[in-house]
Write a protein that binds this ligand. Structure first.
Ligand SMILES: [Zn+2]
Length: 115
């Protein structure tokens, strides 16, 4: 499962940070999930519980922050955040379909809280 691999490395990273800070435990973990990342929140939540078992992050609350996809039009420079079809984004200003994705594909650690 894709999410399990992502979550394993994420939790490893969290534990590393917490141990470097001499934390007793991790209380909150925040991640950013781009809407085009293909990562499914339900799977993340499930994998989270599996991955944090018996670690310093075992009791941590897990927060997923969705990042809306954002493109820049290669032709007119318009920044586009809403498209009719996520798979075939088209610039609403000039109807150009050559768009550069700026954000929305990421899945990354945002921040953690420890005590
Ligand atoms: Zn355009």
């Amino acid at each position: 499962m894709h999410e399990l691999a992502l979550m394993t490395s994420l939790v490893n990273r969290v534990c590393e940070i917490a141990e470097n800070e001499n934390a007793k435990r991790v209380t909150n973990i925040h991640v950013k999930r781009g809407e085009l990342s293909g990562v499914i929140p339900e799977s993340l939540n499930f994998c989270f519980d599996v991955c944090v078992a018996d670690t310093i992050a075992e009791k941590a609350a897990f927060h997923i922050h969705d990042v809306t996809a954002k493109w820049r039009c290669d032709s007119c420079g318009n920044i586009i955040t809403k498209v009719e079809d996520l798979n075939i984004p088209i610039c609403p200003k000039c109807q150009n379909y050559k768009l550069t994705l700026i954000e929305g594909r990421e899945f990354q650690l945002d921040s953690i809280e420890v005590e």
